[in-house]
Design a protein around this ligand. Sequence first.
Ligand SMILES: *Cc1c(COP(=O)(O)O)cnc(C)c1O
Length: 442
Amino acid sequence: MKTAHADTYMKYYSLNKKAPIVTFDEAVIRGIAPDKGLYFPEEIPQLPASFWDTIENLSKEEIACIAMKPFVGDTIDDASLRAIVTDVLSFDFPIVEIEEQVATLELFHGPTMAFKDVGARFMARCLGHFLQQRNQTVEVTVLVATSGDTGGAVARGFYKVPGIKVVILYPSGKVSDIQEKQLTTLGENITAFEVDGTFDDCQAMVKRAFLDEDITDRRQLTSANSINVARWLPQMLYYLFAYKALKKKGKPLVFSVPSGNFGNICAGMMAYRMGMPVQQFIASVNSNTTIPRFMQSGVYAPTKTVPTISNAMDVSDPSNFVRVLRLFENDLGTLSRKLTSRSYCDNATRATIRELYKKYEYIVDPHGAVGYLGLKDYLKDHPDAYGVFLETAHPVKFLPAVTPIVGTYTELPEQVKDLMSKEKVAIQIRDYNALKKYLIDT
Ligand SMILES: *Cc1c(COP(=O)(O)O)cnc(C)c1O
């Protein structure tokens, strides 16, 4: 099947509009534009009617190649792109129907049991490919702060990729045991810094390093959070896989996405703008309510971040929301016809974990529970729709929240069984200078 923009180079511009236009490879290597803006594609590719008509006959690798090719352009040849997506998508993305008209899309079957695996693996392989094309004359340091899930997915995704060093900062005592093991036990090109502070402190150090010319004159730094186009865009595949599976139901489709930095939902909305039929997106959030308030009032007013049990969504100033707006020409009116946003507190989240377990023996993690709540509220007013909530992490990663409700797990998933016996290796730091010295010296 021919894609809309084969044999061309998609161009990316900075949403701050004060930086040069780049191709996909440049955007991936830089992460963020020199004017600190997020990269955004110059045009939104339209997938042909034949793609939507025959999607049920396509494999996930075929879907991925067709959907990603226009974004990648000729920076990656077709055979290499095929090899990359085959490797990245080597696990299942099952849809589990929980109630009539309500299903969950389980995105936790990857190596670190978080949906971030797909984006992290795709970015790692693209970056590895670009460095190889440059005969490894470029070395890149991936620098990232994590509140839990990002660190593990990035560590695993970039493990042993030639030419790439990974430095992960995490707040001491504030990630779960499994999450800590996932980012501190690999070694090789992965280094973990255990910061005596909060996630915001980690994030502040990372931001400072990106602006520090003593470092950036010597090292090519890049980010591996959803700011990077190679981590953000492949997340659209989840929605395409769900559409493929649910098309035969013949009902209007609704997606509820547990949202923090809004990268995942923004990728889904990109799929919609590329031609995928979707009735509505629901951005389900916890007590960090910047976006539901914005959707009501039109005033963007982030407040101090509120800690919750769905802590991967404890974000009050979501970086990707500018991209969501851009997808709708920055028009709140048009956006609000496709996006609903609702907030749920920890008590409602706990009650949902309990209810789904009691009624269906289905265990959701706190993030998925928030997604379920948003979906159910929407379906009350739209009984004809078919709803999917994204289950973004395996519940075992959030045991302290889940165990008191459902009892203990007897069987740990394969991915964590041997992890727990491995030894943690991390460099303890208190302040920025220790990080700076490491980045300059090694
Ligand atoms: C990162 C994460 C989210 C939030 O995703 P965004 O793309 O930042 O909106 C939700 N749930 C889990 C489990 C996560 O790790």
